[in-house]
Design a protein around this ligand. Structure first.
Ligand code: FNR
Length: 382
């Protein structure tokens, strides 16, 4: 009740309490280019809107006298007990949302402070080793965009292992960038340049491919990066090779079809990450939430399913868990938290999501995450 008592005494929270207000404030502090890049989605942004709207088609069924005075939000993933079911989705180029440009370091510190694991993008502004060093006791996973160069891919995975990341997430839906009219309308995007290539520029394999080091000829280095980013020919035939690169848990991100999920697990993948990239890649798609139950059913209870795309509240987190997710990630919400409040802004966003989830579990009578099964939800009558 503390927050209400503070309200009575005239104290207003400095940071926004709703996603809508958070996004409004972020838009105000970001340049037009940065706002367009982070907020924008593919095409008409129909997939993106559908992602969020899909949550309203489900309603939680409250249960009374369920012994929910104390809640346990912890989940187990790949042998580790995490304090909450929340994850920080990989957001490349997040440096553009931070005042000092070091958005990845701020995110890692927020992860360390909250215990919410960070999935570090391939496209970080600071090298992955520096990001991992900020994580403290909180686990970090490394998200891999497999470059069009096997040796470089292997080098990224080796470095991620050595830096202490505890899982590898291979993103499959970004072999090329989507059709994003907001970005296309903006002729030049100086903020993006050079802000996300640290993992490349510091990589020994990448450097060996260059005539001059990136510090001397950044133009040529960026040109090589552009040639190597995104292996459009990646196929199921490459999966045994990807699997062979690491003994860490391996997840595939962007999987929305049950057959793809099953095939991945058959090929030795440890976890499925059901996502449509927050609607940034392809328009005209199904809401990611609609894909989740099919994916979860296809792989069975023993294979973790991570979910993201459209999660804006603690209640959304609970609904995704009830529809089969083992843990739930957010992207834009924490990017906006970073923009409006730095590291503290990210922590605020995570704490709001978790507080709402926790209170809803108390009121609706679901004391543990495992209690949130399909029975906890009903489709909302139209
Ligand atoms: C992303 N996302 C993303 N995914 C990934 O695998 N690697 C990446 O580098 C990025 N980069 C990235 C940048 C920005 C600005 C955004 C907003 C998103 C996708 C991200 O991991 C996640 O799938 C979505 O953000 C989830 O949707 P919401 O929470 O933004 O609706």
């Amino acid at each position: 009740f503390g927050i209400y008592l503070d309200g009575l005494s005239g104290t207003r929270p400095e940071l926004p309490m709703t996603y809508a207000e958070l996004a409004r404030r972020a838009e105000r502090v970001m340049s037009e280019q940065v706002w367009s890049y982070v907020e924008g989605g593919a095409g008409s942004e129909g997939t993106q809107r559908g992602n969020v709207a899909a949550f309203d088609r489900w309603g939680l069924v409250p249960r009374m006298l369920a012994g929910a005075a104390e809640r346990d939000l912890s989940v187990e993933l790949f042998g580790a007990r995490l304090p909450t079911p929340l994850l920080l989705a990989p957001v490349g180029v997040i440096g553009i949302c931070a005042e000092d440009g070091h958005g990845d370091l701020a995110t890692a510190r927020a992860a360390a402070a909250t215990g919410v694991p960070m999935i570090a993008s391939t496209l970080t502004q600071d090298p992955m080793e520096d990001v991992a060093a900020q994580l403290g006791a909180t686990p970090g996973w490394f998200q891999l965009y497999p470059p069009n160069d096997r040796e470089l891919t292997e080098s990224f995975v080796r470095r991620a292992e050595k830096a202490g990341f505890s899982a590898i997430v291979v993103t499959l839906d970004t072999l090329t960038l989507g059709w994003r009219p907001r970005d296309l309308a903006i002729a030049s995007f100086p903020q993006l340049r050079g802000l996300c290539l640290a993992n490349y520029f510091t990589d020994p394999v990448f450097r060996a491919r260059l005539a001059a080091p990136p510090e001397e000829d950044p133009q040529a280095a960026a040109g090589l990066w552009a040639m190597l980013f995104g292996n459009q020919r990646l196929s199921w035939d490459d999966l045994p090779w990807l699997r062979s690169l690491t003994s860490l848990p391996l997840l595939l991100k962007g999987v929305c079809h049950p057959d793809d999920a099953r095939r991945a697990v058959d090929a030795g993948v440890d976890g499925i990450y059901c996502s449509n990239h927050g609607g940034r890649q392809a328009d005209g798609g199904l809401p990611a939430l609609d894909c989740l139950p099919g994916v979860a059913d296809a792989v069975g209870a023993h294979v973790p399913v991570i979910f993201d795309s459209g999660v804006r509240s603690g209640v959304h987190v609970l609904k995704a868990l009830a529809l089969g997710a083992s843990a739930v990630a957010v992207g834009r919400p924490y990017a906006y938290g970073l923009a409006v409040g730095g590291q503290a802004g990210i922590e605020h966003v995570l704490r709001c999501l978790l507080a709402e989830a926790d209170l809803t579990m108390a009121i609706d009578g679901y004391p543990r995450i495992a209690d949130l099964g399909r029975d906890a939800l009903r489709p909302v009558a139209r």
